[in-house]
Design a binder for this molecule. Structure first.
Ligand SMILES: [Zn+2]
Length: 288
């Protein structure tokens, strides 16, 4: 049983970290825990509590070793299931619009898909012997998977249970170990993961010495632009679906601890409607 509140860095395992109070955004708190914001007023009759809005509180944690910035709450599998069930479908969109007006419009842009798939394919091509068998771990509907038109088959493992598109086939986690994959994609997953090392460990079991693993996650603006890294935990005041804010060092620590060897790491400013900085990492099993 993993801790509800992180007791060590989820990338390098150091127990040397600093904390600062923050809030869990209401949308996430309601989806995961059914906790809603509430206004405390004098009718509550509390003697030692001040009146005002109460939100779900948490801590921002900064690892003193690798500077990984993360939410102290680590969601359970059930909570992750509730948070990501039918991801970006009607109930999800309506609740999020209620708490975060304007989300519906933003979601329409997100639904356009990645506008930079060709850049991902160009990044990966030098490392791939072939790309006929692909597994997209957390691949949603499959529409953002690189080499999807060229591959022989595309397996999707994802907790969101969304319908898949094109030649994508949804599979269960235990089926991922029965196939030899040329390429495994894990894109925009680890920033959501309470214990990213556990996901990489599961992915490892689906890899062989020839499998190439492509990982992508955001290089969050706060981390990228803050000069004094020692202060990051005090600047991060709210947490949403991204519970891990990686930097280059914490990414390297995480992958090394997961027995993965980085072949190339690149920072990319993505093109398209929702442009953002991301880390692109291509790796293989260590010592293979
Ligand atoms: Zn660390």
């Amino acid at each position: 049983m993993k801790s509800r509140i992180a007791d060590s860095c989820v990338c390098c395992d150091s127990k040397d970290f600093k904390k600062s109070p923050a809030i869990l955004m209401p949308f996430v708190a309601q989806r995961a825990f059914d906790w809603k914001p509430v206004e405390i007023n004098k009718s509550w009759g509390l003697k030692t509590i001040k009146n005002g809005m109460a939100y779900s509180i948490c801590n921002s944690v900064l690892c003193s070793n690798c500077f990984h910035l993360f939410l102290d709450i680590r969601f359970s599998d059930d909570e992750m299931g509730r948070l990501y069930d039918h991801y970006r479908e009607t109930a999800y969109i309506n609740l999020r619009e209620k708490y975060e007006p304007g989300y519906k419009t933003r979601n329409k842009k997100l639904n356009l898909g990645y506008q930079y798939l060709n850049e991902i394919e160009n990044f990966l091509r030098p490392f791939l012997r072939k790309s006929s068998a692909i597994l997209d771990w957390g691949g949603d509907s499959g529409k953002n998977t690189p080499f999807q038109s060229a591959c022989d088959f595309l397996h999707i493992y994802d907790i969101s249970q969304r319908p898949v598109v094109g030649k994508a086939v949804r599979i269960e986690k235990n089926q991922t170990q029965n196939t030899k994959y040329d390429l495994i994609v894990c894109s925009h997953v680890l920033e959501h993961a309470p214990y990213p090392g556990d996901i990489l460990s599961d992915i490892r079991s689906a890899m062989n010495k020839n499998t190439v693993l492509y990982i992508e996650f955001p290089y969050e603006n706060l981390v990228r632009t803050t000069k004094n890294k020692n202060n990051l935990h005090r600047l991060k005041r709210h947490w949403h679906e991204h519970v891990n804010f990686f930097n280059e060092r914490s990414a390297e620590e995480l992958l090394s601890n997961s027995d993965l060897e980085i072949l190339k790491l690149k920072k990319l400013l993505t093109s398209g409607e929702s442009s953002e900085y991301v880390f692109q990492i291509v790796c293989k099993l260590k010592n293979s």
